[in-house]
Write a protein that binds this ligand. Structure first.
Ligand code: PGA
Length: 250
């Protein structure tokens, strides 16, 4: 079943004290039954405390990345079983910052997706075109390629654990949002190609989030679009009041 979802990607922000403060605000202000499934993704060092703090709430905790290997000589990396051992069952993969700044390729992402699915984790899989591709009207092509190379190798059954997040790179952290129509157009296309690759039910059931400068004042309009099932929120997730306003924008 398709769900409304709002996920906060805190990126490399918030030390322990700041994390606990933000969580305190989120906990005290979150309504008992929010209209959306809510995720927060703090840094690795704050995952354990965040999970402990949110245990009794409906808010889920996601990691921002993980390695595809089971374990071994990968200095600086974190594995699926490490995340699961502290209660974290969800991971964001393929964020454009990981792709651009840390050279994550489709091939690596495909391996990470496989590992996450094998470990029964939920994957928030990000994809989206850069400005140059958008200007050349190649965005559908780029998005298709990223999905085909990164995630279309998984089985149909695995899709119950997959959330897609369309994040046009030109709209991330820039204050420039895709218009609700631009988002809808790509989301509808993504649903169509998921349907072609798998089947109509899989396409209808997958939640497709939009990410890129979503704020309290534009969330409602974007989320109102038929194929937009919520958002992956960066900057606005760092302030409880803004994040919760977005959560309540359905
Ligand atoms: P932004 O980031 O909301 O700050 O644009 C979104 C994201 O990177 O997921």
């Amino acid at each position: 079943m398709r769900k409304n979802i709002v996920a906060g990607n805190w990126k490399m922000n918030n030390d322990l004290a700041e994390t606990m403060e933000l969580l305190g605000h989120l906990k005290s202000q979150l309504v008992k039954e929010p209209d959306a499934e809510v995720y927060v993704a703090p840094s690795f060092t704050n995952l354990y405390n965040t999970f402990q703090c949110l245990k009794e709430t409906p808010v889920k905790v996601a990691a921002q990345n993980m390695h595809y290997a089971k374990n071994g000589a990968y200095t600086g990396e974190v594995s699926a079983s490490m995340l699961k051992s502290i209660g974290v069952e969800t991971v964001i993969l393929g964020h454009s910052e990981r792709r651009a700044l840390f050279n994550e390729t489709d091939e690596m992402l495909a391996k990470k997706v496989t590992t996450a699915i094998e470990n029964e984790m939920t994957v928030i899989f990000c994809f989206g075109e850069v400005l140059k591709d958008r200007k050349a009207e190649k965005h559908f092509e780029v998005v298709k390629e990223q999905l085909e190379n990164g995630i279309f190798h998984v089985s149909k059954a695995a899709w119950k654990n997959i959330i897609l997040a369309y994040e046009p790179v030109w709209a991330i952290g820039t204050g420039e949002t895709a218009s609700p129509e631009q988002a809808q157009e790509v989301h509808a296309y993504v649903r169509k190609i998921v349907g072609e690759k798998y089947d109509e039910q899989t396409a209808q059931d997958v939640s497709i989030l939009y990410g890129g400068s979503v704020k309290p004042d534009n969330a409602k309009e974007i989320f109102a679009k038929k194929d937009v099932d919520g958002g992956l929120i960066g900057g606005a997730a760092l302030k409880a009041i803004d994040f919760l306003a977005i959560v309540n924008s359905f």
